[in-house]
Design a protein around this ligand. Sequence first.
Ligand code: CU
Length: 606
Amino acid sequence: MILTRCVFEQAKMRAKRQSRFSASEAPIVRSWMRLIMISGFILCTLPAATASNNETGETEDTLLATAEQLPLFVDKLPRMPRIKGYASRNGSFVPANLTIGMYMKLWKFHRDLPPSKVFAFGESAIKATVPGPSIVAMSGVKTYVRWENHLPEKHMFTIDETLQVAKPARGVPTVVHLHGGVTEPHSDGNALAWFTRNFEEKGPKWTHDVYVYQNADTTSNMWYHDHAMGYTRLNLLAGLVGPYKVVNPELEREFGLPRKKFDRELMVMDKSFTKDGQIYINSTGNNPNIHPEWQPEYFGNVIIVNGKAWPYMNVQRRKYRFRIINSSNARFFRFALDDGSSFTQIGSDSFYLEGPVELKSNLLAPSEIMDVVIDFSKMKNSTVILTNDAPYPFPDGDEPGETDGKVMQFVIKDGNVSDKASVPAQLRPVRRLSEDEAVLSRNIVLYEFDSPSGEPTHLTINFVNFSAAVTELPKIGTTELWHIINLTPDNHPFHVHLAGFQVLRQQKIKDVDELSACAVLHKGIEACDLKKHIDADALSPPRNEAGWKNVFKMQPFYITSILVHFAMTDSNPFPFDPTGEPGYAYHCHILDHEDNIMMRPYMLVK
Ligand SMILES: [Cu+2]
């Protein structure tokens, strides 16, 4: 019995791992794995580093059992506290000065789960929530935030000191990045601008305790989260996330979209919990001799929306607007409604689409945002479930099951209501960037390094780490053509700070083995006759991702070409000098990848 189960577990792990190997290594790995299956009995007696945690005694099975014991849809969807990022004086809007702290506290994620230790954002320890308060800023009015760190001396999770990581003598380093923000360099939350409790220790790029947010975009869906070097995956799992939006009442009144209580943010993320209700992350790495703690991707089996596990929301038979943010570490969600109803997407990431797009399902990578309208008046049933069927890791991992395949439930109240909200046929015009206006093209290579046993050890951009000299120095006001060449078997959500971009096309890489071998040999792609390796057929981005983006899903073994615009989307200059220190970053938004070391700095020049 034990033997059967052990072999089964190995097969499961093997399937997961095999999806991770680069094509060039696959044959070697396959024969190596065959050897494992034959010697399965011997291996079963060895500690399974990826399956259990030597500190808590939890295994994949105990974690799943804890998740499966929690009844779905028993907690009401919470509303995060709202904080206005502006004030009114003499009939006009003026900037607000906010103070938002990070606190350790206890949080109930589910009716039947004991309180969990979390890190939470809030105006005080008592007011702090997971996710943090919903900041509502006014278009064209600045918001000042003093982010304060009140976290304890020791982190709640194990820190992997072998990564390129912030190393304060004590305390939890944090720094806040506004994702999607058009923000001055010193307020952008550079990974090395971290600080610990009461600013006792600061990272080498720290300069300011008060951050200024321009809110210069007409409207914007964003979220704020920790970005500290080597800590991001742990600090977000602990709870340091929150929504932020810029509103433009005049424009939005014109649109006639659902407003006020019919306009809700949904922050979705996955977590696992121990039997006693604590957030779980394996403290033993997949290559413990190289990285004692780091694992290539974190997946939890409990789906949390606005700080509750599988909540329900009472809705009327009318239209609602939902700004859905995937704040997971590595989990992609392919959202759908279980009765087959469609929904209407109006925005992607921070930006409105040109026009609405009707969808039956939509795939959202970590950090992506979809702004959608769901019309409950058309539904036949009294309840409808928001579901997820995206494999994890994406795209070749396991299918979600009973628990992680469900997100939340809408309970539809009987009776018709008057609903004046509508979705306009046209939203915001998008000026199409043209390839001709690109002043420069760059090749950006995504590559995964594996140990001899086929386990990922680290992931890089252009074969260098974050601290290597800056190689991307775009000129302000210009457009550049970036070719992102994904030589890994994973889909990477590629995120650029500050600049919006438009996706031109995706083309399959022929002969990945050959191209990878050349790229590894030369530590770059320039010597590899890239054109020869690219399929002529090109995929266009889907309609709901064809406008402005600040994250895009880089398909495995594809080259994705994007036009990055180093100005405001209307081509006006940034309303501040973006050329200063510490510059900006671009990175993969799978947090385990970003932390090890799929992130690069870039600096704008005049
Ligand atoms: Cu990645």
